[in-house]
Design a protein around this ligand. Structure first.
Ligand SMILES: C[S@@+](CC[C@H](N)C(=O)[O-])C[C@H]1O[C@@H](n2cnc3c(N)ncnc32)[C@H](O)[C@@H]1O
Length: 382
């Protein structure tokens, strides 16, 4: 797949993040191309705009619009790292780029909003409701997505929260959404709470779980997480990592069993680590100093030989793309970060055959438990 992004007379080299040898996946799609082509006449010779980029996957928009001031608002640490990395590779101006976490407010003085549709419609609703009070009647608001991602309910959300919404014809299976901010819309969207709370009982304790809009397992304990939790080891451990923590259920359950252990929660989603932190505060407020929270790509920032137990319910997609490369990276990182004798406990759908990969990386694996959908696997670092 090409890394050369040629559009509107400019040539960029764009990679996904992390950059992988022989990666077959492109760092942009037809929706990025459509959005930028359509916008070109508006931007030629225009004064510098303050542009709010929403969900810019790997920085294609930030790089192409580097003459303007871009505020890149997303839930993905990886997207923000990708944008920075691609800006650097192309020798572009880093001062024109501001990464903003999904848990923070975008700035007020924006003249244009360019949005790539997120995977979750609830997260889209959260983003629209957060942006709506920042819009004026002059703000240009264009969204883009692949045809299969745009449903009538998607367009209704734009209509309901922002204002009159129309769509373009499809081009290379992508479509644009043009939105006009209707200032008469009641500005009460933010009143809705996007947090969802539920609880589960584990080891004589009720764990209260709060979830922000874009967090996995938002409505209930995930069935994969549940079977892993029921197989947590009881032997003493000092350093535990909840890798791809989501709302932190795995690390929280491990913290119940191991009251002396330190637990690190790691996720690439800003809303995930924010939820995990809130859940630790709600359930273990008296021992907060044994918990840490990191936004990271797998375990990039962790040292060798630093953990006794790594718990993982890996993702099988990156943004809208189904892939096993993140699970693979998580296993390899776990092998590097575990101390000799330390173990990785991982749950996955049976059909994903993770046991083959774990055996290849660790030289050993055993099935700890399974049911008709999931299998819990363990590998030990020799
Ligand atoms: C299947 S969910 C598991 C969430 C939680 N541990 C549970 O069991 O309910 C996978 C999690 O991995 C996170 N993730 C995806 N890619 C990642 C990466 N490269 N590095 C760290 N976390 C990642 C996702 O944001 C998501 O929260």
């Amino acid at each position: 797949m090409s890394s050369k992004f040629c559009l509107n007379g400019s040539k960029l080299t764009l990679f996904r993040y992390p950059k992988l040898e022989g990666d077959k996946l492109q760092a942009w799609n037809a929706a990025d191309e459509y959005l930028l082509t359509e916008l070109a006449p508006t931007l030629v010779g225009a004064d510098r705009h303050n542009i709010l980029l929403v969900n810019d996957s790997f920085g294609a928009l930030a790089c192409a619009l580097n003459d303007h001031h871009c505020f890149s608002w997303s839930d993905s640490y990886i997207s923000q790292q990708a944008s920075l990395s691609n800006l650097k590779i192309n020798g572009l101006n880093l001062d024109h780029f501001n990464g903003i976490k999904s848990t923070e407010m975008p700035p007020e003085n924006i003249s244009m909003v360019l949005m790539k549709l997120p995977k979750s419609s609830l997260f889209l609703e959260y983003q629209l409701a957060t942006i709506q009070p920042l819009l004026s009647s002059q703000t240009i608001f264009n969204a883009a997505g692949m045809v299969k991602e745009i449903h009538s309910t998607t367009l209704k959300l734009f209509e309901k929260i922002i204002g009159p919404t129309t769509t373009s014809l499809a081009r290379k299976k992508a479509r644009l959404i043009y939105v006009k901010a209707d200032l008469a819309h009641k500005r009460n969207n933010r009143i809705k709470s996007f947090e969802k709370n539920w609880a589960f009982d584990f080891y004589n304790k009720t764990l209260h779980i709060s979830n922000l809009a874009n967090v996995f397992g938002r409505n209930q304990l995930d069935a994969g997480a549940e079977i892993l939790i029921n197989n947590l080891p009881r032997e003493e451990v000092k350093q535990i990592i909840d890798l791809g923590c989501g709302n932190g259920v795995l690390g929280l359950a491990a913290a119940c069993l191991h009251p002396q252990a330190n637990v690190s929660f790691v996720d690439e989603s800003f809303m995930a680590t924010a939820s995990a932190k809130k859940n630790v505060l709600n359930n273990f407020s008296d021992t907060m100093n044994r918990f840490q929270f990191f936004n990271d790509n797998c375990l990039d920032g962790f040292s060798k030989n630093s953990a006794d137990l790594i718990l993982c319910n890996p993702p099988f997609h990156q943004q809208q793309t189904i892939t096993d490369h993140i699970a693979w990276q998580m296993m390899q990182d776990a092998h590097r970060v575990l101390k000799p004798g330390g173990r990785l406990l991982l749950v996955g759908n049976r059909h994903l055959n993770y046991h083959v990969k774990m055996k290849r990386i660790f030289g050993n694996q055993r099935v700890v438990d399974s049911n008709k959908n999931f299998v819990v696997l363990e590998s030990r670092r020799s």
